[in-house]
Design a protein around this ligand. Structure first.
Ligand SMILES: [Zn+2]
Ligand SMILES: [Zn+2]
Length: 146
């Protein structure tokens, strides 16, 4: 698989966390790809049922797994864009995006301004849960917060 951002370098497969999830990380930009299977392992959510939010736009990037155009949407309460594949249900997170989401969420929590963005039982809530779990794994694994 090739990085959807840098295009050239092949992604490096690494084992993350204690749950045996295998992630694909770009050596150059340090973005991370989660296959649907990996997202299911880290989030416990049945990813195949998930859809990108209706507000999601067509991304300029292509899915590293199935080559279809990714769908991009903003993580709630942030300007961070997340890329999601509507075909194979994988998820791409840029390295900077992880840190930004983590920082913003911590600040919102501290100030008591964290909004309940979606019904946790709904598809959007499930997708965000999956994103949060992915970020949790990555924070422990590649980007420990300072
Ligand atoms: Zn890259
Ligand atoms: Zn795909």
């Amino acid at each position: 698989m090739r990085c959807p951002v840098c295009k050239i370098p092949p992604l490096r497969e690494v084992e993350a966390g204690d749950k045996k999830a295998k992630l694909d990380i770009c050596r150059t930009c340090e973005g991370v790809w989660f296959d649907a299977k990996e997202l299911e392992i880290v989030s416990g959510v049945a990813i195949k049922q998930l859809q990108a939010p209706l507000s999601a736009k067509r991304s300029k990037r292509s899915c590293p797994r199935c080559q279809n155009p990714l769908r991009t949407f903003h993580y709630p309460q942030t300007l961070v864009e997340i890329d999601f594949c509507a075909s194979c249900h994988g998820l791409w997170l840029d390295r900077g995006e992880l840190k930004e989401i983590h920082t913003i969420r911590q600040n919102l929590k501290k100030r008591g301004e964290m909004q309940e963005v979606a019904d946790p039982g709904g598809l959007k809530g499930a997708l965000l849960n999956a994103v949060d779990s992915a970020i949790g794994v990555l924070n422990r694994f590649v980007a420990p917060p300072e």
